[in-house]
Design a protein around this ligand. Structure first.
Ligand code: SF4
Ligand code: SF4
Length: 444
């Protein structure tokens, strides 16, 4: 069975919310819609205080090249346009909405349960529609999809790869969307395949998900050029470069993009959002979020509209956090980030509310590096994490840059493997930020 060539680890899977079917999350009373929910510049608010808005109405316009439109996930009245701190404490422009419980949608959105199979749009029209609907990658990177699928004339796509690996422990939203929306996903994949003009699309799923593999294989048999590829279980199989390597055998060189080796990768949740955007005229206003943790009473997968706060989700799903909670993570335990502001709104990039108990969250005491090389063996990018640690501690940042610190995909395999409990990932993230600062200063 296929997998990527270098490094990787096997963390405890903890997929305890696998059987929690997707539930609709109730409307909150107020919501805050961040204008930066994507990689790139903030969208520009195009509504004003006092305006009434409908679900699906454009409220933030993408004016920069690297940007995505933002639509209102709620109907209601604009209370104010202001700055709001996101889940990690960063201040961002936002539209505050007093939510109308009547939930009035734009008439142009098809809300019927009917599945629309035929798509007559040509590739340019598909890209334009993805831009209009504010679609971004839902695998975590939130890269605007219309930019990814607008292939430069000097590049050629040969493979479309759909990332349904979900290798992060605990997360089950991709698992559930495949179980419950296989046909819509396959239509979305067919639209993306048509957009790129490639003969085949490969849906990569780790072999620890036999039910989604069976469901997707059965559905894909009804579609031309969709191949479901079960993959060996190894973290970080779902990282873009590792998935490309597993499926095609190709390696994306340092500093290059997937398209440089003929590949385009999108998450399975993005394929579902593409179906909804193109076939149902529905902008990206919601996502499936897993609410999970070993010590919480009930596990959930919710359809949550962006702008709902983490505290609203916790209050509805759990009542309150268990007393023994150590931290709440947005994303998985390997690559996710601790939420420092629970009153912050969820965004297009959110995939979970992961409640980690204090005894799981506590970090073991760090000791000296014993030169065991385990971090190097675990690194799927062939880097030298122990060296980055030493260089960053001594602020020898340019040397870390020369050793390709920017190639680090922040998977955490090095930190996971280190018997000396060195905070390798924290140091590498710091080193990357410092090195980017040096590179920016040199450009000026
Ligand atoms: S976090 Fe970076 S350095 Fe560490 S294993 Fe992953 S890619 Fe390698
Ligand atoms: S795994 Fe930890 S102890 Fe071993 S070489 Fe790497 S940093 Fe040093």
């Amino acid at each position: 069975m296929k997998t990527f060539a270098m490094g990787g680890v096997h963390p405890e899977e903890n997929k305890i919310s696998t059987n929690a079917v997707i539930e609709e999350f109730p409307l909150p009373k107020t919501a805050v819609i961040l204008m930066t929910q994507h990689l790139g510049a903030p969208a520009t608010p195009c509504v004003a205080k006092g305006d009434t808005v409908k679900v699906g109405q454009l409220i933030g316009k993408a004016e920069a090249f690297m940007c995505a439109n933002v639509h209102s996930p709620f109907s209601g009245t604009v209370a104010k346009i202001d700055i709001c701190k996101d889940a990690f404490g960063l201040a961002k422009p936002a539209v505050y909405i007093n939510v109308d419980e009547n939930d009035v949608w734009e008439e142009s959105i098809d809300r019927t349960p009917d599945i629309v199979r035929q798509c007559d749009l040509d590739p340019k029209q598909i890209v334009d529609k993805l831009k209009e609907m504010g679609i971004v990658g839902l695998g975590g990177a939130t890269f605007p999809t219309h930019i990814k699928y607008n292939i430069a004339p000097d590049k050629k796509a040969e493979y479309l790869i759909i990332n349904a690996v979900e290798c992060e422990p605990y997360l089950t939203s991709d698992h559930r969307v495949m179980m419950e929306h296989a046909e819509e996903i396959c239509i979305g994949v067919s639209i993306l395949r048509k957009c790129l003009g490639v003969p085949n699309a490969y849906i990569g799923i780790e072999n620890n998900k036999p039910e989604p593999i069976a469901v997707m294989k059965k559905m894909a048999a009804n579609f031309e050029g969709i191949i479901v590829e079960p993959l060996k279980v190894k973290y970080p199989q779902g990282a873009e470069k590792q998935l490309i390597n597993a499926i095609t055998g190709r390696c994306v060189p340092s500093g290059k993009l997937p398209i440089d080796v003929g590949c385009v990768v999108s998450n399975v949740g993005t394929a579902y959002a593409v179906y909804e955007a193109i076939q149902k005229n529905k902008p990206l206003i919601e996502n499936i979020l897993t609410v999970t943790g070993k010590k919480i009473q009930s596990q959930h997968n919710y359809h949550v509209r962006f702008g709902t706060t983490y505290s609203d989700i916790i209050a509805h799903a759990l009542g309150e956090l268990p007393e023994t909670t150590g931290k709440v993570i947005s994303g998985g335990p390997m690559m996710g980030k601790a939420v420092s502001n629970l009153d912050a709104p969820t965004t297009k990039g959110a995939s979970s509310v992961l409640v980690i108990d204090a005894d799981e969250a506590v970090r073991a005491t760090e000791s000296n590096c014993i030169r065991c090389g385990k971090c190097m063996n675990a690194c799927p990018m062939g880097l030298e994490p122990y060296l980055f640690s030493a260089l960053v501690r001594n602020r020898r940042i340019e040397e870390a840059g020369a050793h390709n610190i920017l190639d680090c995909i922040e998977c955490g395999c090095c930190f996971f493997s280190c018997p000396a409990n060195k905070p390798l990932l924290d140091e590498i993230r710091l080193g990357k930020n410092l090195y980017r600062g040096i590179l920016m200063a040199k450009k000026k």
